[in-house]
Every structure is written in C-alpha cells, then in structure tokens.
Design a protein around this ligand. Sequence first.
Ligand code: MG
Length: 259
Amino acid sequence: MADLEGIDAVLLDLDGVLYVEGELLPGADEAVKGLRDAGMALRFVTNTTANSRAQTLEKLRDFGIELEEDELVTPAALARRHCEDAGHRTVALIMNDEVKADFEGLEDADTDVDAVIMGDLGEQFGFHILNEAFRLVMDGAELVALQKNRFWLTADGLSLDAGPFVAAIEYATGKDAFVVGKPAAGFFEIVLADLGSDRDSVAMVGDDIETDIGGALDAGIAAVLVRTGKYREDFVRDSGIEATATIDSVAELPELLGS
Ligand SMILES: [Mg+2]
C-alpha cells in the first residue's frame, strides 16, 4: 500500500488543484514554492486538452507559478510520441486549432489517415465531426484519445468532457481508443521514467478520484485527493477508491509531506 513516507517527487494536476474556472486557488502558488524549497522534484501533469502547451505554460506563469517547460506533461505530447512510435504520419486532429499546434510534424488530413486523434472541441462537438471520426476509424485508422475524462467543472456547473465523445466512437466502431492521458498506465510510466524516481517516492495530487487518484494508485504511487475543483464527497464514496490522504486544498500539501 502506497504511503507518504519519503516522498521526493510530486505530480500536480492543474485544473481543480492549482486553479478553478481560471482563478488561482488560494495558497496554490505558495504551496508550489514550498515544495520546491523543500527540494521536491515537480511535474505538472494535466489532461487539459482545451489549451495548447504554450497557453498552459503562460497561464501558470501568469499565476506566479514558476516552471520549466519540460516539467509540464500534456496528453498532446504523449500522443505525438505514440504516433512517432507507431509510425503514424497522417492523422485527423479532432481538437481546437490552438492544440493542433502541439502536433507539428504530423500531417493533419481528413481522408486516408493512420490515426484519428481526439482531443476537446467543447461545444463544437456534434454529429458531423463525430460521424467523420467514426468513418475514418471504420476505414482502419487507429483511434487515439488525448483523455477520456467523463466531465469537468465549468463556470455554470459540471459539463461534459471529451470522454463521452470518445465513448461514442468506441461504441459505434466496436474498437477501444488508445488513451494517452491519465489514468492510462502508460501516462504514469512515462512520467516516472522521465523523473528517474522510484514509484514509492512519488505522490500524485488531484481532484479527480478516478483519473488522478485511481490512476496513480494503479501505477503503484501514492495519491493525495484535494477537496477542490470537481471533488464531491459522493463521487468519492461511489468510486470505492481510497486515496492515500485527503486534504482541503493544495495549500495543505507542503505540511502534509513534512516539507
Ligand atoms: Mg483536475
């Protein structure tokens, strides 16, 4: 069973942990600073697929959170790596134009593609685009999903994330998507390899009981749940997943980790 003894590297989820609805959560910047001062290695690990890597970096820096570019792990970077490994050159990018910038080097097309890569289109998801993706996968393209989150918290309440749209294509084609974002095992393995840390010295911090907490625990690393963002007591109860620790917000993290 994972515990919080001897943690020297922390994986921080972004949306719902450091900020909510575009506002920095109180004390989040100080918490990140506190972890750095204590010598913790940090990785900022997000499933956010609505923004490009450059936009996410800028957002964090605007909040006063200092980070190096290689400390940010996004699903787009992992999907691109997967395409390189699989030899995919021509792909259909189902995502907003900003995120397409993260796929430089791959050809974006709408016929004869090696893979369909599904990110987030928010309110632009509709019959036409889903039917196009469906036909390409039926023609043999691999279905790659940047993430498969069920929902997220927006200003007017809980809203559909990209996962339900990925599930629609899976259902129609009878094929499972290759998911690169949390909670995929590959996601945590790549981050661990990059950190060069033993899994028992790493802790994941997140607000999503399934993707953050469940995914980390499945990968054998400790998981700290925060009661911010999409956290709901009943979701946690219904999930049957037990976090290593639960705190009110990321502001409590340095103290929890004894730093
Ligand atoms: Mg989150």
